[in-house]
Ligand binder design. Structure first.
Ligand SMILES: [Zn+2]
Length: 399
């Protein structure tokens, strides 16, 4: 579907067609209009190009251009009002990825304002936090969202487009017991990563590529993993592994080989239109077994210390705060989300993937341990893991 709401009106992102809505709108009347508008624009060709401001103009001219031509929302209007120097205006901050994208577009129109963002800090506690993290949010947004949009454009004629999303799009504060794909998010995400992944999913959903498949893996592990293993290593370095809760809670991580298997299933079945699938190992594993297996496979001598969930959560927030305060780019070894994940059940339902595409787990957690050990040995031992960049080093594996 290429129709959306733009500047309070129905809008077709393919032909640029607009239907002006009058407010307040009655729900019945609104859905009728929406239905007709969707039908009318069902097969539109992509002729509309989002207008861009003439960058040779001065700041005020560009800002005014945005006000009449740009995509506005309540939070981007707050940004506009504050930075253009208005005194009285309604204060709204971005609530969701779409709001953020409109603020982002305003700053693309008036790039000079990127240096003035500190002026938004006193507006509210939320704005203060957002501006503190604005650079990180922007970087992640560009990588996850704009990157995906470009890839969609590039793959327009491809038979199918597979987007590897993440289980981080699920609301972290709701129970995660065999979460299904249609679980409601309520606009809450564990972190900026989850938020931008969700926004990228929305871009995939709105695109008109032939067939689009979104995969949501959960904690991908295996040889070459530079996300989870370095975290464990830095925890072990302290001589102890601190676990929150009692470690009996269950988890469904995703063996990299099983993720490859899911992609193969898509090639084999070629599902039409838009499908979303969770991908994880079929076998659940307790946090105790998970950490225990990794430690014994890598011959790590670390004592497991169990912390009450509440204390661990505070430690997680503490790490996040101090890393932010020190302006560190790296992910802290402990985050509130990690604590929540390792202290509660965090399992995905893979029923849909099995039913529709005949997916079967090919690799188990215990099988992965010897591959991980082999890989770690090939890079010169576990202490080398933290020194690796994003390029592959050491022994290669085929799954
Ligand atoms: Zn249209």
């Amino acid at each position: 579907m290429a129709t959306t709401i733009r500047n309070s009106n129905l809008f077709c992102t393919c032909c640029g067609g607009v239907f002006v809505l009058t407010y307040p709108a009655e729900v019945d009347d609104y859905s009728k209009k929406l239905k007709h508008f969707n039908a009318l624009h069902k097969d539109c060709k992509q002729t509309w190009v989002e207008p861009v401001a003439d960058q040779s103009k001065d700041v005020n001219e560009k800002a005014l251009w945005w006000f009449s031509n740009g995509e506005k929302g309540m939070s981007s209007e707050t940004m506009y009002n504050c930075l253009i120097g208005n005194t009285y205006f309604k204060i709204n901050h971005p609530y969701d990825p779409d709001d953020f994208s409109r603020c982002y577009k305003l700053l693309e129109t008036v790039p000079e304002w990127k240096l003035e963002l500190h002026k938004l800090k006193p507006l509210s506690k939320e704005w203060n936090n957002l501006i503190e993290n604005w650079d990180k949010l922007t970087k992640m947004y560009e990588l996850n969202v704009i990157g995906t949009k470009r890839a969609l454009q590039l793959a327009k004629k491809a038979k199918s487009f597979i987007y590897i999303s993440s289980a981080s799009v699920y609301n972290p504060w709701q129970p995660r017991d065999f979460v299904t794909e249609n679980t409601d998010f309520n606009g809450k995400y564990p972190n900026n990563y989850g938020l931008t992944k969700k926004l990228a999913e929305q871009a995939v959903m709105k695109a008109r590529n032939n067939s689009r498949i979104i995969l949501r893996p959960h904690a991908v592990y295996g040889p070459g993993d530079l996300t989870l293993l370095p975290r464990i290593v830095s925890l072990v370095k302290m001589g102890r592994i601190f676990l929150a809760g009692d470690g009996t809670n269950l988890y469904t991580p995703t063996h990299i080989g099983n993720l490859c298997k899911a992609v193969t299933c898509i090639f084999d079945n070629n599902p039409a239109n838009l499908r979303i699938y969770n991908v994880a190992d079929e076998q659940t594993i307790s946090i105790n077994d998970m950490f225990g297996s990794i430690c014994s496979a890598l011959e790590l001598n670390a004592k497991i210390v169990y912390l009450p969930y509440f204390l661990a959560l505070i430690a997680g927030f503490g790490f996040e705060f101090s890393y932010r305060f020190l302006g560190k780019e790296k992910l802290p070894p402990i985050t509130a989300d990690l604590i929540r994940q390792i202290s509660h059940n965090s399992t995905l339902s893979i029923g849909l993937l099995k039913k529709e595409l005949g997916y079967e787990q090919k690799f188990s957690f215990s099988q992965a341990m010897s591959d991980i050990k082999e890989w770690v040995d090939s890079i010169g031992g576990i202490s080398q893991i933290v020194k690796l960049n994003n390029s592959w080093e050491g022994k290669k594996f085929t799954y």
